[in-house]
Design a binder for this molecule. Sequence first.
Ligand code: XLS
Ligand code: NI
Ligand code: NI
Length: 475
Amino acid sequence: MKSAKFLLLLISLNVVSNLVMAAPPTCPAHLGSDCATDEWKGEFFPGIPKIKYEGPSSKNPLAFKWYNAEEEILGKKMKDWMRFSVAFWHTFRGTGGDPFGAPTKMWPWEDGTNSLAMAKRRMRANFEFIEKLGVDRWCFHDKDIAPDGKTIEETNANLDEVVALAKELQGTKIRPLWGTAQLFHHPRYMHGGATSSELGVYLYAAAQVKKAMEVTHYLGGENYVFWGGREGYQSLLNTDMERELNHMASFLEAAAAYKKKIGFNGTLLIEPKPQEPTKHQYDWDAATAANFLRKYGLIDEFKLNIECNHATLSGHSCHHELETARINGLLGNIDANTGDPQIGWDTDQFMMDVSEATLVMLSVIKNGGLAPGGFNFDAKLRRESTDVEDIFIAHIAGMDTVARGLRNAAKLLADGLLSELVRQRYQSFDTELGAQIEAGKGDFDLLEKKAIEWGEPTVASAKQELAEMIFQSAL
Ligand code: XLS
Ligand code: NI
Ligand code: NI
């Protein structure tokens, strides 16, 4: 039992397994390639055209059926509702390896090394992919894009070199939706980064975040994310939770101050997740993160990045997490992925469920969009999908699903049946007395007097099935 659980945990650490298992050398794979340097002459995705919108009747797997970037829905172009982003770590560092098996993805541009030349070549592949897919944004961890050096200075120099190339390849249109620092893979972070019991680790984490914020800013990033991969505990018996939370708050305060110092105008985002890799992570869910931010006076400095698979891990639906963030004024970004109903960990699948996407878009529309946030495909190909074109197909299907969700949500809002049902449900409060209560002027003496006057209340039906019926009719 214990070892089974341990294996499950290992499987779930997709980011980790991705990084520890380097793919065997496969470069060069086609004519004109040059593996000795970062110069890859020729296309990374030969034969794959720029992806176009062909409409719902198209059977072409390399075309959009529902996502039509320039089309206006509810007064906004689809591309502006979505602000799609490619996640570098899954798309360009994911190998398909898991604790039971070797990498399955032998991308032709990979040479099996973690060299600077390889990092640069991979960056070129990233931008060819982004351009062909037709999105304007990407997300990265510092460690995905550049190899570590022996010292902080050397590591930073490597990062600078890759970032300079990324800046050039971005051109004027493409930019990071967000950047982040990876504070969970290296053994030094085994007790956490900001919440580590070791002061030296706290310092190291701060230096890493400082640099990651600088490069995100330099690349024109629109947000910066904090996902507390190991900011949590395995046992309360050996953990001073209060002290660790205080440390995390000090760390985030320093980050918010540094953002101002360097003139970075992006939004700082906390990404909740209940557990994995730690047993209990401090940013359990949206409500927990909101409470933390309020307690430490950070509520105006941060918003939330809601990831759908993390939502279901915490026992909520993605819709619940989005609504919790939205009504607290904290909905900043969505990590668009989904879990598997039969598997209990963060499988990071592309969102393909139209019903889930429709609920997600209902929240996004109510929020007036996500900008400067967007939809980041924090999602990976299945281990068994090994063709280069599968990278495109996965993103196209994910984009089409979210686009379909937008179309459906717009239909639901236009016919107004659901909002009318909700309005009617609360109409007893649309009265003088209701307004008085909602304004906080309903003291118990008054309420008791009215209760006696009104007598036994009549209670209307919630119309649960009718609500479901209306929802289903839009799918
Ligand atoms: C892992 C997280 C991670 C963050 C970025 O579960 O989703 O990928 O989005 O560190
Ligand atoms: Ni994520
Ligand atoms: Ni995740």
